[in-house]
Structures are given as structure tokens and as C-alpha cells.
Design a protein around this ligand. Sequence first.
Ligand code: NDP
Length: 330
Amino acid sequence: ATEVRLAARPEGTPKPSDFDVVATDVPRPAPGQLLVRNLWVSVDPYMRGRMSEAKSYAEPYALGKVMHGGAVGEVVESTVDGYAPGDTVLHMKGWRTHAVLTPDQASKVDGSVAPLSTYLGVLGMTGLTAWIGLLDRASLRAGDTVFVSGAAGAVGSVVGQLAKLKGAGRVIGSAGSAEKVRWLTEDLGFDAAFNYKDGPVAGQLRDAAPDGIDVYFDNVGGEHLEAAIDSANLHARFAVCGMISGYNATEPNPAPRNLMQIVGKRLRIQGFLVGDHYDRHADFVADVAPLVASGSLRYSETVVEGIENAPKAFLDMLAGANTGKMLVRV
Ligand code: NDP
């Protein structure tokens, strides 16, 4: 068996030596436990926060211990009623080839309903994040002009498409390459998109949304947030999902300089955490799974092969190498 552990707490951008890839014995399940062989492992931006010691909304990882996170695997041994070899489960034991789980740590997923990888992406945590943030936190309304940053990523690509499917008037995305911009407008149906590396975000957003924006779904923070405040219409709603532009910063990002506009424009700016909303998971799946099955909501996955390459997948994701969800095939 193999597992990937946190070797050092990164200063700034993490590097390969912050991780240890370690060969271990295959763990033995005790009575009441399952042994699972992982098939897919997720790498996600929030893991960057957990690598640091600073207290955040998720516990810091322990040095020398496995990088925990979302994974899907197949039961190979079970002493638990209701679980048999061949069953597939979603769990949070992270970057390892094998995991021992109690039943309360595993939820069954069905590979005949949707590909197993999607339970980590479009039908999993990142899809639920997009759905809750857009529909519930930002209260999307028919005719809204919606702007989403990080638009070609796992969360952002679902946000933009859902907005169109739920009646938004105009959907605008920003992303970090010309190819991603093309994917958004040509394949996913965004009305406009721009590469934030091409020039100041405020000007590019104003050009894409001359009549202003009613909803901003923030994945990036920093300059993007300031630009969105500038382009916001009266009573615009902001769902603040993440601020990835600051995750590797050694000094806090400067705040938007135009916060006073929040008052005059009566903006509603609301942060949220997907973890608070798993009571809506069944509603989310009932709404979104048919859209995925029919092809009206498209998804992309960038797949890195081999658990030993999980650190590379994670570092590449932070640097923007993924289109849609970044995943490791074990
Ligand atoms: P993505 O699939 O979007 O991958 C991260 C992307 O961020 C990269 O592909 C890169 O794309 C972009 N990026 C990296 N650095 C910067 C930068 N400096 N400026 C702008 N873009 C950058 O990840 P997720 O969809 O999983 O997560 C998206 C956001 O949602 C993150 O902020 C994450 O923390 C947050 N999140 C929040 C949750 C919650 O409960 N609140 C739950 C899940 C995610 P590019 O090429 O475009 O630069």
C-alpha cells in the first residue's frame, strides 16, 4: 500500500518536498470495519489551508500524517452487515491506496448511476458547493446577469452552466487561459468570458457586462472581488465561496478599495461553507443528476494517474492546470 503524508508546512506556494510518499503494509480491518481500495482521490484548494498551522474552518493536517480528503473506493473486505466486497463508497480518508473505515465514515455510491469519479466532482462536494452558493446563498433570479470567477474549475464550471439552466439572462466567467475561455463560451454556453491574465479585471468585466452584474460567485477574491463590487448593480448578491488568489500569499491580500460601494448599492455579500448544507444533498442530486445524465450540464475532469502523483496533481491544480475537476486515479 502507499500513502501520501504532509512532510512540511509550506511557506507560500507548496512544493513536492512538502509531501512524503510512503510504502506501508495494507491495513487490516478490525471487526466492524471495512477495507477499501481507493479508485479515485480528490485534490482540492481547501487542502492548502489545512497544510498550514493557522486555525481556519478546517482542522490543520498533522505533520507526518496522511493528507485526508475526499476519495472513492471499492470494498475489498467487510465484517460489516450491509457492505460486501465490490460495493463502492465515498469517504474522507484521503491520499492513500487503502483505507480502513467504519460504516459511519463511508457512504455508498453507485457507479451504474453515474461514473464513480463524479461523486467527487459534479455530483459531489464541488457540485453541491456550486448549487447551494448560486441558488440559495446568491438567490439567483430569472434574468440576472451572473459573474463567476474561477469559471473553468470544478465549482465555477457548474455555477455558470446552472445559472444558464435556471434562467439567468447573461453569464460571464473569468479564467486563466485562452483555452479555458474558449471552453466556457463554445462548449459550456457562457455568454462571455475573459482571461484575467490579459489585463485588469475591472475593465474586462465592464466590457463583458456593460449593464452591470446582479450576482457574483467569488472563487478568487482580491482584484476579482474589487472588480465585481465596481460592476455590481443595486441590490446585487455575492456568494463568497473562496479566495484562491490569496491561498499561497505570505501576507494577506489587500482588501478591495471600493468597499464603501457596498452601502450605496445595498449589496448582500454572504460567505458559505458546503459542509453546512449536506441536509440539501438529496435535493441537489435530484435536481442535478438528470441534467448531467441528459448532457445539459457538462463536466470535465483532469486526471492524474497514480497516488504517488497526488502532490503533483494538487500543485498543478493550484497553478491552474485543471479544466473542471482535478482528480487522481489510483
Ligand atoms: P478549481 O477546480 O477551480 O481549481 C482551482 C483553480 O483556481 C485553478 O484551476 C486556477 O484556474 C484558479 N486559480 C489559482 N490561482 C488563482 C489566482 N491567483 N487567481 C485566479 N484564479 C486562480 O477548484 P475548486 O472548484 O475545487 O474550488 C474553487 C473555489 O471554491 C476555491 O476558492 C475553493 O477554496 C472554493 N471552495 C469553497 C467551498 C466552500 O464550502 N465554501 C467548497 C469547495 C470549494 P485558472 O487557470 O483560471 O487560474
